[in-house]
Design a protein around this ligand. Sequence first.
Ligand code: C5P
Length: 211
Amino acid sequence: MRILITAGPTREYLDDVRYLSNASSGRMGYAIAEAVLAAGHEAVLVSGPVSLTPSLGCEVHQVETTEELHTVCNRLFVGCQGVIATAAVCDYRPRERFQGKLAKTGVSLELELVETADVLADLGQQKGPRWIVGFALESDEFAHINALRKLKQKNCDAIVLNRPTAIGSTDNQIEIINQSGQSVVKYSGTKSDVARELWQWIENHLVEPLA
Ligand code: C5P
């Protein structure tokens, strides 16, 4: 099987040297790619800028902006049987990217932001018989409701709920939510352990029913 995995943050440029982004380390996505490879499958990793070395044998496509992530994922999705989206995608980008470096003017500057494309929702619309697993990083008491809403909006087969403590950490605590909104299983441990458990769950619940 050939699996598409997104990882890391995206960057949205304000000018040629400044950008909006987030603190995603990419560790969860890289650990999933490793688990997929270890299970004997092909891992196609589309990664935002991170300081990690992908596992040997992993096909890697480096991207920076959400638009690049979108284009590359759309191109690669055709040859894949499933998607696991861990990327921490910027939801907004500056409307305009200024050339060079914006100079200080002595007065305040207003920044207009516009929404970026939802990469996973787009893949979800085209998925056909393929399966899709999204990640939802949620902080508040409505975490489950929010995660389920995202699962539906993006046409996912399951969504992995995790918490803001996951950002930049070597460990994670996840909860898998299925299409009926049930929290079916919880795993915690290092991101490598969690990635192996998650992959095993996907093989048992999403891959085999389709085989
Ligand atoms: O940011 P959000 O909570 O909506 O992310 C949920 C899922 O959607 C994640 O799997 C993320 O990688 C994906 N996503 C995406 N493109 C976006 C926003 C999120 O692929 N623009």
